[in-house]
Design a protein around this ligand. Sequence first.
Ligand code: NAP
Length: 362
Amino acid sequence: MSDLIFMTGATGVLGQELVKKLLLTTDSEIAVLARSKNRVLHSERVQKILKTAGMDSHYGSRVRVIEGDVTKHKFGIAKPDLENLKLNVKVFYHIAALTALNGSEKECRQINVGGTEHALELAWDLRKNGKLGRFVYFSTAFVAGSVWDYRSKEDALPEKPVFANYYESSKYQAEGKVREAMAKGLPVTIIRPSIVVGDSLTGEVSDFNVIYPFIKLFAHGILTKLPTHPENTFNIVPIDFVINATAAIMKDPRSLNKCFHLVSPNPPSIGSLVSLRESFPQSAEIEMIDPSDFNKDRLDAQGQMVFSMLEPYLGYLNGKLTFDTSNTEEILRDTDISMPVTDHAFLKTLITYAVKAGYLVI
Ligand SMILES: NC(=O)c1ccc[n+]([C@@H]2O[C@H](COP(=O)([O-])OP(=O)(O)OC[C@H]3O[C@@H](n4cnc5c(N)ncnc54)[C@H](OP(=O)(O)O)[C@@H]3O)[C@@H](O)[C@H]2O)c1
């Protein structure tokens, strides 16, 4: 049997693309953890995703589906499946998370912190009693919170980050647990993307999560006041770069026990993002207000409601957070993968795809 990869989060935006990449570029078999949802069986969900990608011929042969939920001890995996994982898993990707920026404290703790604790417990078991060679953890560049004027390093967590939402704080705690395990000898690689958006050439993405709902707020004229400066930047990264860079990182033995920022070296400004509203006839003029002069109590009732939808995103609009990418650049130097370009033309590509897919309406 070839190497077995075990992956959580394979039904999500990044997981789906990573499964495709692994099927196309390796001969590994992949066991994916999935749950049943909306009365669709866990296995049917994965089969459908593979079918959409034109890869359903691998279902049941190279891709096997294991039912489970990361909030449960050992993910609630049935004993025979656990035994099989123990015998064969070489690489374990823990990607599953609650990515909603407005997720509650309880949900984020259960899924992101609790889920990672369960993943680590399983990883130790697969390491001590099996063949696990590496635990790959998908963290986020925003474990650094939305602190101002902070340069986040790859090989450490900041001491006192200021968080914009429970998603960030729970991912910070979860990465802390992964780092503790790494210090105790678990072989680990940590991947920290910034805000993942569509493909660099086509804008294509399988779901419009994280930053897209914010774009919808201003594209559809709901947002008229924004506490930020137009020159502030927000860090987005195309999904193909994240997947290609992750594959390159995994191939390079120097990536063991290291962390990698997968971010844009030249992120776009808020001003350039907001200028895209010109493509949307129903969008309104947006007034950018210095955050220190902004008082949400002065907004009318509708403004306060919009502001409450906006709050989880504010960190991404106000932060002067920058990211060191030394580890990533060192690995990519020996490949044909370049750091991503996220200029105005790329923003237009993203918007054009979101309109074509019916997410944004012109
Ligand atoms: N997207 C970004 O902008 C971004 C940026 C930086 C880091 N990341 C990190 O990258 C990872 C993947 O992000 P994504 O955008 O692909 O997320 P996503 O599209 O929201 O997918 C989340 C995945 O986690 C699974 N999941 C959630 N709760 C679960 C549970 N209780 N048990 C089992 N599976 C569960 C989901 O399964 P269901 O399909 O069953 O819900 C889905 O497969 C996350 O760890 C995220 O923190 C993402």
